[in-house]
Design a protein around this ligand. Structure first.
Ligand code: ADP
Length: 164
């Protein structure tokens, strides 16, 4: 059985991420979305909120599971018996960092390979941070996120602004 992991922050999950998820679910027997619980970044959404949003958005995909993880990706992969990492590539600017991570992971865990999917052109400019910036200034984010997720972002932003 081919088990793959698509790791990321997903803060929040965008239509670009969902496109990669649907395509990689078709290519693997089992796909685990690994939501990174990273202490060094301050996310807009807690890891539980990000996991729940992803679960909602992937409930129609029978071979997709969503889990959070901290620490090294290769440890999470091994603990789940997965040997393929999925990453998305948007532009050349993603390439250097992604290549470095893939090479490092391969040195540490030669049994694990990274597969890169090129973004759907429609979403090649799209990132979670751009969406957060637009939302912060009350811009229209409906082109970039599923309607339920866009609503969560709007709510969270107005909470943030209220609480300073
Ligand atoms: P990370 O903090 O690990 O980069 P992200 O949630 O920003 O987490 O991204 C997770 C993965 O999804 C990365 O491989 C990233 O390149 C990819 N990705 C993000 N946005 C898009 C997009 N619009 N199209 C394709 N891939 C994307």
């Amino acid at each position: 059985m081919r088990k793959a992991v698509y790791p990321g922050s997903f803060d929040p999950v965008t239509l670009g991420h969902l496109d990669i998820i649907e395509r990689s679910a078709r290519m693997s027997d089992w796909l685990i979305i690994g939501v990174l619980n990273n202490n060094s970044k301050t996310p807009l959404f807690s890891v539980e909120e990000r996991v729940n949003m992803l679960k909602k958005m992937t409930s129609h995909l029978p071979n997709v599971e969503v889990k959070s993880f901290g620490g090294l990706l290769i440890d999470f992969m091994r603990a789940n018996g997965a040997d393929v990492v999925i990453r998305g590539l948007r532009a050349i600017t993603d390439f250097e960092y992604e290549l470095q991570m893939a090479q490092t992971n391969r040195v540490m865990a030669p049994e694990i390979d990274t597969v890169f999917l090129t973004t759907n052109l429609k979403y090649s400019y799209l990132s979670s941070s751009i969406v957060k910036e637009i939302a912060y200034y009350d811009g229209d984010i409906s082109e970039f996120l599923a309607p339920e997720i866009a609503e969560c972002v709007r709510e969270k932003m107005s909470e943030r602004k209220k609480n300073g």
